[in-house]
Design a protein around this ligand. Structure first.
Ligand code: HEC
Ligand code: HEC
Ligand code: HEC
Ligand code: HEC
Ligand code: HEC
Length: 319
């Protein structure tokens, strides 16, 4: 038998170890980059974000701002954004750094070599068709890890056009390197309408609007799931049986979890149908849990029922 005095110290040790693990090993810990042993990251964190050429651009821009020359600001701003952004800083703020997706995961090279030449030796420039970050190869590079997204993306006109070397978005058109942020509904229009507009005749112009609505509907699904969960929690405290309501919530959550992957099939009709089915599940759960009659999921069922009664009456009268 264990005595009380024997258990207590080992408990303390266990708690200490647990806290240690959370602080030093958890990806969310502030110091997670310190434990990386990756020469790309180690060296690039020490580099200045500005090369001499970029610094010169920045000076020109500041001069223009001082003299109130706004046109020139517009002309140079894009160039500066592209060249003078700090890749390392953007990357280290992104989810990729928290999950140890280091530079070499996309760029190749040798993260064990300490010198620049050694580390870069096998790395190819983005303009080289054999590079992992050559524009046509980017989906496959990302798809090594985001395989479900890639599988959906491969079935689209976007992918086909990209392979055919014409104007089409690749992953980084919508997920800027190296922040790799996810666009929100309100941010879609600007990105899509670069190609989807009435002027250029490249791609259907109604898409930006439809795409925005599709993602807004996904937000609605999220809200409905929250409402349903609250209703079920309430019903539980009142001692109600919430089994079927919980099943409907699970179905709605499954639709929600699959949505970002499904999105990359760029079949907005199909996307809409799926999201709507999720909303129906969530609403159904809420109705069950809050005690009111659930609305029939398909109005067709109600119509069929009424027609059935008429058919039966007709049949009986005939006899
Ligand atoms: C010892 C320092 C050092 C190491 C290690 C290092 N780099 Fe670099 N890297 C640099 C410097 C400095 C530059 C700036 C461009 C130049 O002068 O060539 C650079 C440039 C780059 C570029 C831009 C290349 C271009 O042609 O524009 C990429 C991409 C890159 N590094 C990725 C990596 C990757 C991936 C690794 C690890 C496999 C790595 N680096 C390891 C110092 C390093
Ligand atoms: C998740 C993938 C990914 C990671 C991780 C990543 N990059 Fe990149 N990087 C890219 C892609 C894709 C491009 C091409 C951008 C383009 O074509 O405009 C790029 C472009 C660059 C460039 C411009 C060079 C060129 O050949 O065009 C530099 C410099 C660079 N990355 C440095 C880094 C450094 C340093 C790290 C790590 C701190 C890093 N990247 C991490 C995907 C990544
Ligand atoms: C070595 C594996 C790996 C590669 C290669 C990779 N990713 Fe990721 N990516 C991850 C992981 C892990 C996460 C974080 C967990 C998650 O969201 O699944 C992530 C997250 C993301 C996110 C969500 C970011 C957020 O803030 O929510 C985007 C967008 C993304 N990656 C895009 C890309 C793109 C585009 C490329 C190619 C240029 C790429 N990834 C290459 C592993 C990878
Ligand atoms: C760089 C150009 C470009 C950008 C940016 C772009 N698209 Fe497209 N898109 C195309 C092209 C090209 C087609 C194919 C048009 C055709 O049918 O010939 C297309 C087709 C589509 C289709 C029809 C689906 C299909 O496979 O037939 C949808 C939906 C779509 N895009 C959604 C979007 C959304 C949403 C955005 C913004 C988040 C976006 N696109 C951004 C070029 C672009
Ligand atoms: C035309 C724009 C566009 C293109 C091209 C695109 N994405 Fe996305 N991506 C989005 C949008 C918008 C979302 C958010 C979708 C949602 O919430 O339903 C997203 C979401 C994601 C996520 C987040 C998933 C999550 O669980 O939150 C990842 C990872 C991702 N994309 C990776 C990729 C990869 C890899 C590619 C290339 C194979 C790619 N994307 C191509 C617009 C795009």
């Amino acid at each position: 038998m264990f005595s009380k005095t024997k258990i207590m110290p080992s408990m303390h040790l266990f708690i200490l170890l647990f806290v240690y693990l959370i602080v030093f090993i958890s990806p969310a810990g502030a110091s997670h980059l310190d434990v990386l042993n990756n020469s790309c990251v180690d060296c690039h964190r020490t580099l200045s974000p500005f090369t001499p050429e970029q610094s010169r651009f920045n000076e020109i821009r500041l001069n223009h701002i001082e003299r109130n020359i706004s046109c020139s600001l517009e002309c140079h701003e894009d160039v500066i954004r592209k060249q003078a952004t700090d890749n390392f800083q953007q990357w280290s703020d992104s989810l990729h750094s928290q999950y140890y997706v280091t530079c070499d995961a996309c760029h190749g090279g040798n993260p064990e070599a300490e010198t620049k030449a050694g580390a870069h030796a096998s790395m190819k420039n983005s303009s080289d068709p054999n590079s992992t970050i050559y524009f046509k190869n980017i989906p496959d590079t990302c798809g090594k890890c985001h395989s479900d997204v890639l599988a959906n993306f491969k079935n689209t006109m976007h992918y086909q056009r990209l392979r055919a070397e014409s104007r089409a978005p690749s992953c980084i058109t919508c997920h800027q390197p190296h922040t790799f942020k996810v666009l929100k509904a309100s941010e879609l229009t600007n990105v899509c309408s670069v190609c989807h507009n009435p002027k250029d005749n490249i791609a259907p112009p109604e898409v930006p609007n439809e795409a925005k609505q599709a993602l807004e509907k996904q937000n609605e699904l999220q809200d409905e799931i929250l409402k349903a969960k609250n209703a079920v929690a309430q019903a539980k405290t009142e001692g109600m049986d919430v089994y079927t309501a919980q099943m409907d919530i699970d179905a709605a959550v499954a639709v929600m979890n699959n949505a970002p992957t499904l999105w990359h099939g760029f079949n907005l009709k199909d996307f809409d149908t799926q999201i709507q089915s999720g909303i129906d599940y969530a609403r159904n759960a809420e109705y069950i849990a809050s005690g009111t009659e659930p609305t029939p999921r398909a109005p067709a069922a109600g119509i069929a029922f009424v027609l059935g009664i008429f058919a039966l009456l007709y049949f009986l009268r005939k006899r």
